[in-house]
Every structure is written in structure tokens, then in C-alpha cells.
Design a protein around this ligand. Structure first.
Ligand SMILES: [Zn+2]
Length: 318
């Protein structure tokens, strides 16, 4: 139902690459980032499938990729909620051999080619998430014991040193782990259980990534302007009265500018002016004004110097 928190980042990376020259030096960097995000999405899908295949003998709700805000914003890969407890799962998909070091807490990845990478320990992330969700629940007067585990999404991952006090699971081991957790203690009544589910969904906030040009210091002059055809994907659409026309696949689409403006916000900047809109879409001042005001964007400033903002929570592009 809701967007994955990194799906907008992924879209931005894909759109940015398609608007850069194929031999631009940043393209391999964006490609590598895209592969890492796709591997992460693949890993979380394996966990989702493992959970969907299993029928738990008790009532439960499963939330994937949930971003909430308590003292600070926090993101959980998976949250399984039952009337007796909640379980937070943190998913990792890293190749090579892994060491979960304790003192100081660190995850060390040794790749097959000898490369060594150091990361924040997922144990720390998991403990922080448990603490923040506990606080989030207590703000709502809900007392629910929370458990956590780290999931290695691909069974080929090799663990040299496992974490001392945190459960490490492969996807197929998640259902038995959850089934064996204690169902002692007070149980949430049905109305609290249901209220909690709708509160969790209502509180979820899609993560809005920094535009790619800002993250990777790419100048606007490197970005190919133009309106993309939603049918063939080419950035070649021509403006006709009241519509856009693709000279390649001959399709007309009167809303084609919307997708391309969404690309602007993901790739270039979080704001746009009338001049920037004109240059990016290749339209005159009146068309740009009409397009920008038709999209119900938030804005600041007087008519001539107006700066428009995108609000992805309201998604004017759908
Ligand atoms: Zn086309």
C-alpha cells in the first residue's frame, strides 16, 4: 500500500542516469548505488515471502518498511505485531563473510576479493529501534513487549562472528522464531490491537530523498532537459496545443509534463521556478505558469518570483 522508503531514491537514480551522457563519470557511481538498493529490496522481498507463506496460530499484522517518528525518525524493515508482543526485524544483504563485533559494536564485511568494509552494527540499529518504538507505544499508553532479530536475507552469507546477544535468522527461520516467543503477560484487547494497526499506518511517513544532483554534486547543465514519453521512455515529446506528442511512438499525452516535473524534483532540486520549468520542459512562460499552477504545488513569493515546492506526501503525479 505504501511506497518503500528507498523506492523514490531508486527512481531518482534511474531517471538521473537516463538524463546524463552515457560516458559521464558519475554514471558508474549511480549504477553501483542502484544495484545496492535493488539488492536490499530483493532481500526484503525474501523476508516478506517467508512471512506470507506461513500461517501463524495467533492474530497478527505485518508491516514492511515502516517509518515513524518518536524522539527522532526511525525506520523498521519489518514489524510483526501480535496481541502479546511485537517483533522488529532488521534485514541485511551483504556478500562475503561477516563479523558482528561487540566492543566497539561494528559490522565488518570481508569480501571474497579481499576488500574489507566497516559498518554501524545492525545490533545497535535494532536496539535503537526497539527503544524508539517502545517510546512511541508508551506515548499511546500501550504496553507491548518487543523482540528483535537480524535477518540475513541470502542464505549464502557467511557469518564468522555472530552477535553475542541478538538472534540472527535466515528468512525461513523467522516463522518458527516468532511462534516460539512467549505469549505470557497481558494481551492487547481487540479494540486496542486494531487501533494500534491504524495508528501505525497513519503515522507512517515516506522518506523523501535528497535530489540526486545535490547528493552527487552534478551541475544542472549535465542534465538533459525535455519531456519524457511515458510509452517509449524517450525524452523527446513536443508541445502541441493542449497536449504533448511523441515523434517516436506517435502517442499523445496531455499530462506528460507531470512525470517529467516529478523527475526534476527527484533528480535536480526540491524547488522549481517558472524559468527553470520553461527551460526544463521546453515551453513558453504562459504554458509554464499554467502547468505549475495546475499542479497544486506549495509556493512562496509573489507571482513573478514564485518558487514552487513539491510535497511528495500528497503526490500530485499520480
Ligand atoms: Zn514515445
Amino acid at each position: 500500500m505504501k511506497e518503500r522508503s528507498d523506492s523514490l531514491t531508486l527512481k531518482g537514480l534511474i531517471y538521473a542516469q537516463s538524463r546524463l551522457a552515457a560516458n559521464h563519470p558519475i554514471v558508474p557511481v549511480l549504477q553501483a548505488k542502484q544495484s545496492a538498493i535493488e539488492a536490499g529490496i530483493g532481500g526484503e522481498q525474501r523476508v516478506t515471502e517467508a512471512l506470507q507463506k506461513y500461517r501463524f496460530p495467533f492474530k497478527n499484522n505485518i508491516f514492511h518498511d515502516l517509518s515513524l517518528s518518536s524522539d527522532t525518525n526511525f525506520q523498521m524493515d519489518h514489524l510483526i505485531k501480535t496481541p502479546h508482543f511485537g517483533v522488529i526485524l532488521e534485514t541485511k544483504n551483504m556478500s562475503g563473510s561477516l563479523e558482528f563485533r561487540e566492543n566497539p559494536p561494528q559490522l565488518v564485511q570481508k569480501k571474497d576479493d579481499g576488500q574489507i568494509n566497516y559498518y554501524e552494527s545492525p545490533v545497535v540499529q535494532l536496539e535503537r529501534n526497539i527503544e524508539l518504538l517502545t517510546a512511541w507505544l508508551s506515548q499511546r499508553n500501550i504496553d507491548l513487549p518487543l523482540y528483535g532479530a537480524i535477518v540475513l536475507a541470502y542464505p549464502k552469507q557467511h557469518v564468522e562472528i555472530p552477535p553475542a546477544n541478538t538472534k540472527l535468522l535466515f528468512p525461513n527461520l523467522i516463522p518458527p522464531f516468532i511462534k516460539d516467543l512467549s505469549q505470557q503477560g497481558t494481551k492487547l484487547d481487540t479494540s486496542t490491537f486494531n487501533r494500534l494497526s491504524s495508528d501505525l499506518l497513519k503515522s507512517h511517513r515516506t522518506f523523501i530523498p535528497k535530489p540526486i544532483c545535490e547528493s552527487y554534486q552534478i551541475g544542472l547543465n549535465h542534465i538533459q532537459p525535455g519531456v519524457r514519453c511515458g510509452t517509449c521512455g524517450k525524452i523527446r515529446m513536443d508541445k502541441l496545443p493542449r497536449t504533448w506528442h511523441c515523434p517516436i511512438c506517435k502517442v499523445n499525452d496531455h499530462l506528460a509534463h507531470r512525470g517529467s516535473l516529478a523527475e526534476w524534483f527527484l533528480v535536480v532540486k526540491r524547488t522549481i521556478t517558472n524559468r527553470e520549468c520553461r527551460e526544463f520542459l521546453g515551453v513558453d512562460i504562459h504554458t509554464a505558469t499554467r502547468i505549475l499552477s495546475s499542479m497544486q504545488l506549495k509556493y512562496k513569493g509573489t507571482f513573478r518570483n514564485r518558487i514552487y515546492y513539491i510535497n511528495f506526501h500528497e503526490d500530485p503525479f499520480k
